[in-house]
Design a protein around this ligand. Sequence first.
Ligand code: NAP
Length: 289
Amino acid sequence: MINKLCIIGVGLIGGSLARDLRAAGVVREIVGHGRGLGNLELAVELGVIDRAAVSSADAVRGADMVVIAVPVGAIGQVLADIAPAIGAQSVVTDVGSVKGSVVAAARDSFKQHFSRFVPGHPIAGTERSGVGASLSGLYRGRHVILTPESDTAGDAVQRVSDMWRHTGARVSTMSAQEHDAVLAASSHLPHMLAYALVDMLVRRDDHRKVFDFAAGGFRDVTRIAASDPTMWRDICLNNRKAIVEMLRQYRDDLGAMIAAIDKGDGQWLEETFARAKHAREILFPNNDK
Ligand code: NAP
């Protein structure tokens, strides 16, 4: 049971977590904090939080669980702001899509209390933002990755794992470095490709015609280009090395594809497409999303 849950950044991810924990009956009070009142008033109106706190220090005081769910670029400041007000028994976690930089910021701000910080990342979401986009059941059957360090307290990891399991999520652990490399490949690279593709096409003089005649395939591969630009700017700036590595590898593979098409190498093309098709069918047997 969580007595006081504090969510800093009551948007899609923080709001959806609050909804699920309330529905599971495992939380007594949910207090939210954000940059201004607009979003928080809507959060109270929607029943996502019980009340809004005026300062982050107020929000975390007496909370047994604190979840930081702001964009990655804002997490460092939030950690620094709340560090003096965190109680010895409180557990703090985050949901940021990058882990290495968040761990470094938490170590910096929390110092000897760093053991109470459990870095986390739910692998679930949509391209929409704000508390209005939050929904129940977002995490059911999804992975949540925790990246505890060797000096993270075991009981804190347990409490954060338990919290996520109440949403129906599957909890895994790995190092922050491994997380950032894996997510650069599975999530960050596809988002870069979607943004680059739509931006390239919209700059064409005939883009209206191009989009008018775009079919389901175009919609499928570009859905995530509607994701929040601030969030993705922050992810890029905080996982630069791994993302650049993936983009370079992709560029090289694209170069090989250009060469094969240019010289009419049908065998190379068919083999490459067959390998990818086979892998996709194994990954998503019912072509599910
Ligand atoms: P979101 O819907 O925009 O929610 C973030 C909330 O944080 C906003 O509602 C906003 O609330 C507050 N906020 C925004 N900018 C802030 C700032 N500069 N300083 C302080 N608070 C700020 O975003 P989200 O999709 O929930 O993402 C939140 C975190 O989850 C990010 O770190 C992201 O990397 C991670 N994540 C996202 C997804 C996804 O698919 N969207 C998946 C997994 C993890 P106020 O307006 O009340 O300030």
